[in-house]
Write a protein that binds this ligand. Sequence first.
Ligand code: SF4
Ligand code: SF4
Length: 727
Amino acid sequence: MQHLNLQHFLSKLISSLSKRIFIFSVFLIPVLTWGGVLAPRDVAELLDGKYIVGEIQADIPAYPLFIQNKVTPSAKPDLVGYAFETIDLEPVRGYSGKPIDVLVVIDTAGIYRDVRLIEHKEPFFLTQTGTAKLIDFASQYIDLSLHHLVELLAWNESGNRDTQTAQLSGVHHGTVTARAINRSILSAASQVALAKLDPSLANPSENSKPLASQRQSNSDNYTPLTFDELVSNGLVTQTVVTGGNLKDMFAKSQAPVESTESTLANSEEVLVFHTALLGNPMVGRNLLDDDGWRYIKNKRRTQQALLLTLSDPKHLINEHGKWKIEQMPFKLTQDNKEIQLLPIDFQKRLRVQTKPPSSAIYVLLIEKATPLDPAKAFDLKFSLQRRYGINFVLNKTEKRDVLLNHRFYGLNAWWADLRFTNWLELDWVKLWITRQVEIAFLIFGLMVLSVGLVAQKRVSKNRLQFKIFRTIYLIFTLGFIGWFAQGQLTILNITSAISSLRAGGDLSFLISDPISFILWIYVFLSLFIWGRGTFCGWLCPFGALQELTSMVSQKLGLRQRRWRQSLDLNLKKIKYVIFVLILLSMWIAPSETDMLVKVEPFETAISFYFINEWPYVIWALICIGFGTVIYRGYCRYICPLGAALAAVNFLQRWSWIPRRQECGTPCQTCRYRCEYQAIKPTGKIDYAECFQCLDCVTIYQDENVCLPMVQTANAHRNISIKLEPML
Ligand code: SF4
Ligand code: SF4
């Protein structure tokens, strides 16, 4: 009894610790920031001493590179290019949720002269072999120019290049990583070119080929809209002040709007404001010309920018002498804190066809020290002053604030984004289109599984037919989902998601891997209906590999063992301990996380087809071999992903496996037949450990095996219950 209590206590402790650590890891750890790691001396060494490396530039984090003038060595060295770390300019997060740092050298003609991987945490590439793959990928940019239109191919396609375009071979099992490297190199190089080189390198004419970086960047995506469309969709908001409003505002002041100004009809529009958040490409690209947008785009990683226009159709301000505004009449507050605004001298015109008639246009940058969160409410006010005084000397003023409308967040903003995003131009949509056949095949497979699970009784009624169906499905899972489409879900998906959220990022990187993305959505939904077993029992390629290997080994006469129930229950806790250790390590020893997640043999067995460094291959074989002795031993006792899914199995809402009153008392048939030992002595199903093999559903319907059914059919017949030998 005491023993059971201790077990109960331990499992409660582990599960409660897991939840707390998870929450702590995700939300309470401070947001991490990154910066380059190389000093000029390091850059010089890395570039094999070919260049004299100057000091980092004040306007952009790039090092000028010089070489000695060979003709006149005493002359000043010649500037030949710039070196920069992409992490300083465009820290694009990879699969790990952390940016990949690449040292790039471009010459003054905009040619990539050197590209070197400096640092990465990409989980699939932490071994020497893996890192070498990324180094090879990055080196493909050498000798391309900024004007090349770059396209990423699949890992098994050969690269190609001409003077205008370059197709680069992707990285096996590294779509997200390759895209992150690509984006960071192209975008960082474009920024350096814009700041330091001939602007035409970063700003080709309308007729020339667009910059690779511009074409590759999601952030430029927009649909051309007229000004009225921008306003009607809330992307530009309008505030109208009427004559009546002005009279009301100043009615109880020293400077009421006098009868001499009664020509201001109450309904007449006197001041009209338009407000827009320029960092949103849909707004910025429609409102600004190319130079203006590029300026805002380069700023927007650290600073938001607002565009405010004021039109004054009655020429009220200044002309009547009674109205006045300050040089900076706007005030912005968020969470009761004033946000500092920096007007920029912005000479570019508004680009939209029907720009508002405005007497003043303000482009205001938000100061870095007081950042604005545009996804939260804020107050934007315009301060209007009315002069008054004695004997016609208007030397005093009354001040009133006009609250300006804006709504750049919430449902409106989300809906406008959804409607006007040019989906076909998004990188991830293009990627999904290239994999449409695989996606269709996967969705078909998931539909078959869903129908099978809904019609579980019918599907499993005939034991032989069901066994054939299950075997074919497991072959589909291993062969298609795992080895072909590379859709093995892994604990790395979870650790990467946590890392990304911790780092202030989001989960958008997951969408670049369509097979895993669709599987995760399906697994998440199925957790609510059937529990974790839908994935572990049917969709996990490594699980399928173990099960198929067990089938073969049993055919070869290898007998499987069962642990005693108490031992089995205790061993099942090991996987939770491993899962908790992985979560803990992310917090207290992040460098160890990479090692701990290697407990998963998926990478070796599924992603790399057993071609990996030998310790990993041996470990994968041990896990598979274990499964031939103890049914799905790795899944039940070791797998941290299985533990993560089992830990949230409480989401499952439907006890879908049919049970009878006699299950448990007196009948123990299903319990002894369940290879996963997921049925309790009471006859209840432990859904967190159930792999949905449907064996018990078959038994439930078998009048030759299910005890109550047999008893009903033949009260005097002896039932043989096959008991497996226990260790
Ligand atoms: S327990 Fe792990 S290896 Fe087994 S099926 Fe589930 S996720 Fe796959
Ligand atoms: S036999 Fe065991 S693992 Fe299979 S469905 Fe029944 S309870 Fe789940």
